[in-house]
Ligand binder design. Structure first.
Ligand code: GH3
Ligand code: MG
Ligand code: MG
Ligand code: MG
Length: 317
């Protein structure tokens, strides 16, 4: 498919192949009743190091999809023993939305309506079975690049830009789930609100950039200090919220004390002149399961308020 006498086309193919390689650990499911078609498609994709799974029927395809959540693209034929390609698309779409799984429909013959049928039933794209290889790769590429873009957008919508921590919105999404899971498992959950003390002074004395770096460093220390089942989020400007799964009052308090001491002891940033910048944090803790996550946050916030009133640089539970 590389047109050797056409340099612009060659250039295009080389670039497309480089892009394909970057996406190369993606799983693709090929559903087709013909062994030879599945083999041919597998080989085309295999040279670009995609990981391939194949199925010969609609039911097998659905089973495989349930088993391999890594699959990001389904290439579906038009007709199987147990259902047709459009029914398969609909069944897939009942479970997997188009922003996490792409479907490309394919068919043999002259049916001019087949492409539209696939699209109407949930496919992202279609290609006739007598495709040009270059067109095939381009369509695969487009589907996967769109998914990658959506993943990046989702990720950046969830994360706080400055610190990379979860933002307030995704804190509530994830926090509610963690809360429910923890209650169900009969474990303790500890909620901590943390606020940097006299942070305005950092900005006023050293500038906003230094202030930003202090926030970043504090965020990093908090993140390093918690376990993999815990949640750390940037709640507001210089305010963080932690959810510690399975931590009772003592453990929560000890962890926060450790974090408080670590932050107080070490410079959180250095100014352009090389001066170290020190800050302290105050923290409020709430341990018992209250009516809901919101109530826990409110209680932790009340404790934080008392920590501030008690002179700051302290943890109140
Ligand atoms: P307290 O001990 O009572 O918490 O005092 P404080 O000065 O830390 O509290 P205050 O709420 O008065 O000030 C917080 C400051 O944080 C005000 C705001 O300008 C600053 N801030 C908020 N977000 C950011 C940010 O992203 N970067 C920087 N550099 N500053 C921020
Ligand atoms: Mg404040
Ligand atoms: Mg503050
Ligand atoms: Mg504050």
């Amino acid at each position: 498919y590389i047109l050797k006498d056409d340099p612009s086309s060659l250039d295009y193919v080389i670039k497309a192949m480089a892009r394909l390689r970057r996406n190369s650990s993606r799983f693709i499911l090929i559903v087709h009743k013909s062994d030879s078609f599945r083999t041919a498609i597998s080989e085309l994709l295999y040279v670009h190091r995609f990981r391939i799974v194949t199925a010969s029927s609609g039911r097998a395809a659905l089973e495989i999809l349930a088993r391999y959540p890594e699959i990001c693209l389904v290439i579906s034929g038009a007709e199987f023993e147990d259902m047709d390609g459009c029914s398969l698309c609909r069944k897939i779409r009942e479970i997997h939305s188009a922003d996490s799984l792409a479907i490309i429909g394919t068919w043999k013959g002259e049916d001019a309506t087949a492409g539209a049928k696939f699209l109407k039933n949930g496919a992202n794209d279609f290609i006739r079975q007598d495709f040009l290889v270059e067109e095939f790769y381009s369509r695969i590429n487009n589907c996967i690049e769109n998914l990658t873009l959506i993943e990046k957008l989702k990720e950046s919508a969830m994360k706080d830009f400055l610190t990379g921590l979860y933002n307030r919105r995704s804190f509530f999404d994830r926090g509610e789930k963690l809360y429910t899971r923890t209650v169900k498992e009969g474990e303790e959950l500890c909620c901590a609100m943390i606020d940097i003390d006299y942070f305005k002074k950092v900005n006023d004395s050293f500038g906003h950039d230094v202030g930003d770096r202090v926030i970043q460093r504090v965020a990093q220390i908090l993140l390093e200090g918690v376990g993999k089942n815990d949640i750390v989020a940037r709640f507001g400007g210089e305010e963080f919220c932690l959810l510690l799964k399975g931590s009772d009052k003592d453990r929560g308090w000890c962890l926060l004390e450790e974090l408080r001491k670590k932050i107080q002891k070490n410079a959180m940033a250095t100014t352009e002149k090389g001066e170290p910048v020190f800050v302290s944090i105050s923290g409020g803790l709430c341990v018992s399961h209250l009516g809901c996550l919101n109530d826990m946050i409110k209680r932790a916030d009340d404790s934080l308020y008392r920590a501030k009133q008690n002179g700051r640089n302290t943890i109140v539970s």
